[in-house]
Design a protein around this ligand. Structure first.
Ligand code: PHE
Length: 465
């Protein structure tokens, strides 16, 4: 078996856009605005931004530097930093391999909604129980998931430069234009019937709300922000290590990390300018209580319906196309991470690897789809929520494996290999590392504590706060 030459981004713009493409995903759109509305508006925003500049910055710098230093995906990268940490590679492999298939199932739902809006049938998605009956139907979700997965595979098939970089360079600017356009429109809506307007929603979003703030509640906000940040920046999925391994040695890592973080946070904040004013205007504060699939697939279509068939149809179409773009660039990064590990480990060629990963992932995705009908069951998770197959996979990776992998990574760099191993890579070409002191403290002490708290909260320990 011949080892293929490793792919590489052509320059720092390609690298930053691809990494930002991974970071900007469903989390930015369906969770960030919900948390902001729930956790005191401007208060949450400030907490989130401070954490991004400290906690997020430290973890992302660590992962990208490990990737570039070793030139490997995470299956080998940890072991190359310290051979006692080789065991982390296979654990980290599991994460994208589990997430990718179910992310494609959700991506398929988004495609179906985009299709419905673009073809003018979008208003039917508002009917009571539409979402439930769609995902529990047997064939349609499988079909749309297959389409979504196939597009992701096609991009990975063409490689880092001709596939991922090109794809991100087209989709990410388009995504920015669409999201800003819809956000500007969203800030002008009003509903004569209820007398509410976008301004009322913006107040909830932007003005810090200290009402009833206790230490416990503040701690809860901090935890929400940390968990969201961690997921939103695509950390501990092996993605940033893989993309780091494709970045060129002359890329300025500090600058790139800043740009990726600013991109991701800006898109999340702008998503808030879409969701909060529109949902509040047309549905009132009750509407702001939903997050995740119900926000995207139940509340938003209702908002579009309230805008009227023409305006709602157009805005809804752009909106779901935007969600497709966000989800696709994230799923591509997941599939590439898996493919990269398979190529590293078995020395297979990219095209064959893509096919193997596609088939294996399709099987898991199929099982996930069937978890809503043929193999339907419900279990209660340790955090108290009821779950089907998709939720179980999500819980297992997001709440358990990812914080564990990130925590062990911090121990590896902060305590075993030493933060110098990352700092030297960051300053390889004599670059200035402005937050070097902060980085050392973060990776050794503060980030591990934050990660332990995220892990403990997965068991619902702090839910009463
Ligand atoms: N960062 C993504 C988001 O905010 C999360 C993600 C990335 C999920 C890549 C899957 C794959 O939605």
């Amino acid at each position: 078996m011949e080892q293929k030459k490793r792919g590489s981004f052509t320059g720092s713009i390609g690298f930053v856009l691809a990494a930002a493409g991974s970071a900007v995903g469903l989390g930015n759109l369906w969770r960030f605005p919900y948390l902001a509305a729930k956790d005191g508006g401007g208060l949450f925003l400030v907490v989130y931004i401070i954490l991004a500049l400290t906690f997020g910055f430290a973890l992302m710098t660590t992962e990208i530097a490990i990737g570039r230093k070793t030139g490997k995906s995470c299956i080998d990268a940890y072991g190359m930093i310290d051979k006692d940490f080789k065991f982390l590679g296979p654990i980290a492999f599991i994460i994208p391999f589990v997430i990718f298939p179910y992310y494609c199932v959700i991506g398929g739902w988004v495609m179906k909604y985009a299709y419905a809006f673009v073809t003018g049938a979008g208003m039917s998605t508002v009917a009571d129980g539409y979402f439930g009956s769609f995902i529990t139907a047997q064939w349609s979700p499988i079909f749309w998931c297959a389409v979504f997965m196939f597009i992701s595979a096609l991009v990975v098939f063409f490689g880092v430069e001709k596939g991922i970089e090109k794809f991100s360079k087209v989709l990410m600017p388009l995504l920015c234009v669409i999201i800003v356009g819809i956000a500007v429109f969203s800030c002008t809506v009003s509903d004569p019937e209820s007398g509410r307007s976008a301004i009322d929603g913006l107040k909830i979003y932007l003005i810090p709300n200290f009402d009833g703030l206790t230490i416990g509640k503040f701690f809860r906000i901090l935890l929400d922000a940390m968990g969201q940040l961690f997921y939103s920046m695509s950390l501990a999925m092996g993605i940033m290590i893989t993309y780091g391994s494709y970045s060129r040695k002359d890329t300025n890592l500090v600058k790139s990390v800043n740009q990726i973080e600013i991109f991701d946070t800006a898109i999340a904040v702008i998503a808030g300018f879409i969701m909060i004013p529109t949902v509040f205007t047309f549905m009132g504060s009750k509407g702001l209580e939903s997050a995740g699939p119900s926000l995207l697939f139940v509340s938003m279509p209702q908002v579009f319906k309230a805008m009227g068939p023409v305006v709602g149809g157009i805005v809804g179409s752009f909106f779901f196309v935007l969600v497709i773009f966000a989800a696709l660039t994230s799923s591509v990064s997941l599939m590439e991470t898996i493919a990269s590990m398979v190529m590293d480990k078995f020395g297979l060629k990219r095209k064959l690897t893509t096919l193997i990963v596609l088939i294996a992932s399709a099987i898991i995705a199929l099982v996930t789809c069937l978890g809503y009908n043929v193999w339907y069951f419900e279990v209660t998770l340790p955090n108290g929520s009821t779950a089907q197959i998709l939720d179980i996979l999500d819980y297992f990776t997001n709440n358990l494996l990812m914080p564990i992998v990130a925590l062990i990574t911090c121990i590896l760099i902060g305590w075993v290999a030493g933060s110098k191993s990352v700092i030297d890579e960051v300053k390889l070409n004599g670059e200035k590392f402005g937050r070097e002191g902060l980085y050392k403290v973060m990776v050794k002490y503060i980030a591990p504590i934050c990660l332990i708290l995220i892990l403990i909260s997965s068991f619902g320990v702090f839910s009463k706060l």
